[in-house]
Design a protein around this ligand. Structure first.
Ligand code: NAG
Length: 423
């Protein structure tokens, strides 16, 4: 059998097969081929999967949209120019100043526990307790938002507050729960107002008021009839951070660790561990300082781009991405992008994402890579490294009793808050 690359000979090997089974295709031949070809194909596919990992990602992006929204990198509006930066924002310190911790790995961290382990490299610095009271306005401001007309604020929502008071420094930070209506009559919220008068506040958002002094001031975009659909999401967080500075946290989060070591940076987060080509950034947890020129540039993009489509991420992921690319084009260090697992360990592959918070623990008591779900176990250690767990709404679901969320997070919040109550 000589194969010596002789193409003329190839058809002969085929005729060799058909020779053993009479000329042309008769039903019998057909079934004979099926009988051998099918199992052979199955075997090859099986072996192929056994020895090789297939990596296939299919996504469809509208070419017109890419040409219009992604490809062009327009110039910045000049918010970083000397003389235009607000006196309350120190560019040489906040953007160019030395930093203690690195929050970007410089590499995707899809494998194993890499991302969680990277989060573990960020150490909490010991801070001596403040002896004097820090006035509410001077604290690190955390902002979150709850639509009063959407659903009542109940025990399920209260867990986010508990997670905040159990994990953040209540002597130096303040959580402001913003809303589009009055929440002060709510029994649950009243208990927190009484207990943490300096570290908790309820406020009502005034969108047009907050936009004063920005490029969006007086814009139709703030009052258009569609506004409600995106206003309560993407716009509010940017306006709040512009006016007050601090950290935005989505209400559907459970905080697991003090965010303090991250706060020397301004940041958004990675959407998931796959880094979607055109929409890699997420704003469920973001940090910007008051009058940050990054936000000033974001408002410029909002004011000059195509108005956002209802229910889209046009004023979220797409906006951050446009801004990030414009910054690079202008040789300005961009804001940071926290790795997905810092706040959203659910957004990766089956084998290394956090277990589903709304499903009872596996009967084997294991998470992944043989790591356990018990107190002090593998999952518990990971939860001490990351900063928050994003629950992606799912407000109608509850945490299974004695499940990992209940044991490793909720009970500990309660315990921590009990201790604090006694003090
Ligand atoms: C800005 O920060 C730098 C570096 O920390 C400092 O030297 C400078 O005095 C600050 N400028 C203002 C106006 O506070």
């Amino acid at each position: 059998m000589s194969r010596g690359g002789d193409y003329e000979r190839l058809p002969m090997s085929r005729s060799g097969i058909s020779a053993s089974s009479r000329p042309l295709i008769r039903p019998r031949t057909f079934f004979l081929i099926l009988r051998y070809a099918l199992p052979m194909t199955a075997l090859v596919v099986f072996l192929g999967f056994y020895f090789y990992e297939p990596h296939i990602e299919l996504a469809f992006y509208d070419r017109t949209w890419i040409h219009k929204e992604i490809d062009p990198v327009s110039p910045l509006a000049g918010c970083f120019d000397q003389g235009r930066v607000s006196p309350s924002y120190n560019v040489s310190e906040y953007i160019y100043g030395p930093k203690k911790t690195e929050v970007q790995a410089g590499k995707e961290m899809k494998m194993g526990l890499d991302c969680y382990n990277f989060a573990g490299t960020i150490k909490q610095e010991y801070r001596s307790p403040y002896s004097s009271r820090v006035p509410p306005e001077e604290r690190t401001q955390y902002h979150t938002y709850w639509r009063s007309d959407l659903a009542p604020f109940g025990p399920r929502q209260e867990w986010m507050l508990k997670s905040f008071f159990a994990t953040q420094d209540t002597t130096t930070s303040r959580l402001i729960l913003w809303s589009n209506g009055d929440l002060s009559g709510n029994q649950i919220l009243q208990t927190y107002l009484n207990r943490f008068p300096d570290a908790f506040a309820l406020k009502i958002v005034d969108i047009p008021g907050m936009a004063i002094g920005t490029e969006l001031e007086g814009s139709d975009l703030l009052v258009s009839k569609d506004a409600k659909a995106w206003v309560d999401g993407d716009l509010i967080r940017l306006l709040l951070l512009w006016n007050y500075g601090g950290i935005w946290v989505d209400m559907d989060s459970l905080m697991t660790r003090d965010l303090d070591p991250l706060l020397e940076h301004e940041f958004v987060t990675q959407w998931d561990c796959y880094d979607k080509k055109y929409l890699p950034l997420n704003g469920a947890l973001m940090r910007f300082r008051k009058h940050s020129p990054y936000l000033c540039e974001a408002f410029h993009i909002m004011a000059t781009s195509t108005p956002p489509r209802s229910g889209s991420t046009d004023w979220g992921a797409l906006l951050y991405f446009k801004l990030w690319r414009r910054l690079l084009a202008a040789s300005i260090p961009p804001f940071k992008v926290l790795p997905f697992c810092f706040s959203d360990g659910r957004s990766c592959r089956l084998d290394n994402r956090l277990p589903d918070p709304f499903v009872p623990d596996s009967t084997a008591g294991k998470w992944t890579f043989g790591l356990g779900l018990e107190e002090g176990g593998g999952l518990d250690q990971v939860l001490h490294k990351v900063f928050s767990v994003h629950l992606h709404n799912q407000w109608e679901k509850s945490y299974p009793s004695d499940g990992w969320v209940d044991r490793l997070l909720l009970r500990r919040y309660d315990k921590k808050l009990e201790v604090r109550e006694e003090l």
